[in-house]
Design a protein. Structure first.
Length: 387
């Protein structure tokens, strides 16, 4: 059966999203092996992942402005070819320098890949399909993260050639299979407003500010829990393997919930979903910090993934709806930028708590964070805004 052009483009983009997240954590699950093989410290291996959020903070907004001014096909081609070359760069020589250079190249491209999500939905899809066009690549992101945790310990570091082969094939597919952008009637005629005007419009929109502030706390919480989950559960007698299963439950539940959020959003307003996510996570947090039952913890992980991750496509659509089509890429990039800042801030905030093992204090801090998140949800839109 012939794949519609718009879904052909979307499938290529979703694959890029998944692979970018996979490459971000390509070495995290095998830190000890990488350190021994390349003769470096574990912290040097950690830098292979750390470079991604650091560069994202610097490049997100410039990337968003650029995405608003070039065709979607051009952005896809640049991202796909660049990722393939980054994978090859890691194999030029068996040294940490080339490994880091390849990761640096991936990190430079990440803002383009993440920020394209809103622009692609606007250019290629009608209004009634844009939420679905946002859901699929959003789910792909977490599929990529899950694959990194599951596959990397199995395939190890000797299969970097496989990464290059897959990304090379995807680059060729992007170049020859993705058609030129359509010229949608929804695009405004005439010259585009300047990016400065767009940024001012965003900063003057109360809804936009509420949404990105909400995501700052929501993404900060999710990443803090994901990062320190093993340490949190260890004090309750839970081993690392079980903690990994709980984390996987969070990802799987979040992916499934995102797939189901469209019919739910027709009946429940976005503001309500945001409040449910914050309030529901408070109870789950108490369970995670106190239960010693693997079954209960897995159920808590399923619930946490569903409440926290399900609204993500709606939040992206709502953010773009506050700024309009001309600044969709910039708005999406600002959204991810603030979310990444939240992740860095709250992971760092819990580091001294983790070092001291004061997880009762850590639980209280996370609950306080969720209370602020819930208060922000009160200012969210009742329904997802059309874009």
């Amino acid at each position: 059966m012939m794949v519609p052009l718009r879904y052909r483009v979307l499938s290529v983009y979703a694959a890029l999203q998944a692979l970018m997240q996979f490459e971000w954590l390509r070495f995290a699950p095998i830190t000890s092996d990488i350190a021994a093989h390349y003769g470096v410290s574990p912290s040097a291996v950690g830098n292979l992942s750390l470079v991604f959020p650091l560069l994202f903070v610097l490049l997100a907004l410039p990337a968003g402005v650029w995405l608003d001014r070039v065709p979607v096909r051009t952005s896809l081609r640049l991202s796909a070819v660049g990722m393939a070359l980054a994978a090859v760069l890691r194999m030029v020589a068996p040294s940490y320098a080339y490994l880091f250079a390849g990761q640096l190249a991936f990190a430079l491209l990440q803002p383009l890949v993440l920020g394209l999500i809103a622009r692609l939905a606007l250019v290629w899809f009608d209004e009634d399909e844009r939420l679905r066009a946002t859901e699929i690549p959003s789910m792909a992101m977490f599929v990529g993260l899950g694959l990194a945790f599951v596959l990397v310990p199995i395939i190890g570091y000797a299969t970097l050639w496989l990464d290059a082969a897959v990304l090379g094939a995807l680059a060729l597919l992007t170049w020859f299979w993705v058609p030129a952008d359509p010229r949608p009637s929804t695009l405004t005629a005439g010259p585009r407003p300047s990016w400065r005007a767009g940024m001012l419009a965003m900063l003057r929109s109360p809804v936009f500010l509420v949404l990105i502030a909400y995501f700052f706390f929501a993404n900060g919480y999710f990443n803090a829990i994901s990062t320190w989950l093993e340490s949190i559960l260890h004090r309750q007698g839970i081993d690392a393997q079980t903690a990994g299963i709980v984390a996987l439950c969070m990802l799987v539940s979040g992916i499934i919930s995102m797939a189901l959020i469209e019919p739910v959003s027709r009946r429940v307003g976005l503001r309500t979903l945001m409040m449910i996510a914050a309030a529901g996570s408070i109870g789950v947090t108490v369970v995670l910090f106190n239960s010693g039952s693997a079954i209960v913890l897995c159920l808590a992980g399923l619930l946490l993934g569903a409440t926290l991750l399900a609204p993500l496509p709606l939040l992206i659509q709502a953010v773009v709806g506050t700024t309009g089509e001309d600044h969709a890429g910039t708005a999406a990039s600002a959204f991810w930028l603030v979310g990444n800042a939240g992740a860095v801030a709250f992971i760092a905030a819990l580091e001294p708590v983790a070092d001291a093992g004061r997880w009762t204090l850590g639980c209280g801090l996370l609950i306080a964070l969720l209370v602020v998140q819930g208060l922000l949800a009160l200012g969210g839109p009742r329904r997802r805004q059309p874009v």
